[in-house]
Design a protein around this ligand. Sequence first.
Ligand code: PHE
Length: 363
Amino acid sequence: MIEELRAKIKTIQEKALQEIAALQNLQDWQNTKARILGQKGSLTQILKTLGGLSPAERPALGRLVNEVKREIERRLQDIQKTLEETKRRQVLKEKAVDVTLPGLALPQGRRHPIRRVMEEIEEIFLGMGFSIFEGPDVETDYYNFEALNFPKEHPARDMQDTFYIGLRTLRQGSGQATDHGLRTKEKEQLLLRTHTSPVQIRVMEKQKPPLYMIAPGTVYRHDDDVTHSPMFHQVEGLMVDTDITLGDLKGVLHHFCAAVFGTDREVRFRPSFFPFVEPGAEVDISCALCKKRGCRVCGGSGWLEILGAGMVHPAVFEHVKIDPKRYSGFAFGMGVERIAMLKYGIDDIRLFYEGDMRFLEQF
Ligand code: PHE
C-alpha cells in the first residue's frame, strides 16, 4: 500500500515536471496547474487519500507529498516568468513600428496654373525693378474709361462689353472724386473693370515719376467662348520717367517674351489703337507649332498676339497732373489666360475654371 502510493506520487511528480517543462503559453500553464494542484488535481487527490493511512505512515508520506508539491509550485513559478516574458516580447513585436518603411504620401495641393503664370510674370518684372500695385475690381466710369481717354461714345463702353452695376451718389465732403469733374450729389457710374489700366490712373494720381509698376488683377467682360471668359486676369505695366522712349518699351517686352516663352521665339510690334496710348501697338510672338508657316493654332498667320502696349497718351498725363513735356512713359497690358494657353498649349479657356483635377494636376 505504502510503496504503491510512493510509486504513484513519483509518477505524478515526473509527469507534472515533464508537462511543466513543455509549456508554451500562459493558457496551458493555467490548465496544467489546475490539473495538478487544483481541487480535483492529481496531487490534491493523493493528499486526500493520506487521511486513510495509519498515524505511523502518514507523516513520512505527508512530507513527501509536500516536497513534491513545493517543487511543482517552484517550477510552475519559474516557467510562468518565462512565459510572461515571451508574451510581453510577442506583444511588443506585434506593436512594433518599422521606421525604415516609406511614409504615407499626404495629398499635396498645388498652385492653379493661372496663379503660377501670374507669379512668373510678376517675378520677371520685379527682376527688372518694377513694383506691384493693385486696384479695386469695382471701378468707376472715370478710372476705367474717362481718365484713360475713352471718348464718351466709344464702343468699349457699350453694354455688350462692360458689366455695369449701378450708380453711386457722391457724398458731400467725402472728397470722393471731386476733382474728376463731378460735383457732390452727382451720380457716378459703377462697373466691373474691363481691364487693369485704371490702376495706372490710381497710382499716377498718388505717386509722381519715376514710376516702374505692374498691376496684376481680375477683369470682367461680357464675353464667353473657347478663348474668352467673362472673368479673366491681366497684368498691366507702366513705366514713367524722363526720356522714356519706344526703345525702352521694346527692350522691356523683348526681355519679357524671352523669359516667358524662350529665346527662340520671334517678337514683333504691330501698330494698333488704344485711346490711352499714342502710338499704340500689339505685340505678337511667332507660332511655335508651325514656325511661322501658318497653322490652325495661329489662324494661318504664323503669329500669336500676346499683349497691347504703347506710349502713354498726353491726355492721360493731364488727367493725373503729370507734365507731358517733362515726362514720358509706356504702358502695356496682357491677358494671363492667353499667355498660359500659349505657354502650355491649352485650347479651351474654360479648362481653367472647371476645377477638373485631371487638368489641374498636370501643373
Ligand atoms: N488695357 C488694354 C486691354 O485691355 C491693354 C493695354 C494696356 C494696351 C496698356 C495698351 C497699354 O486691351
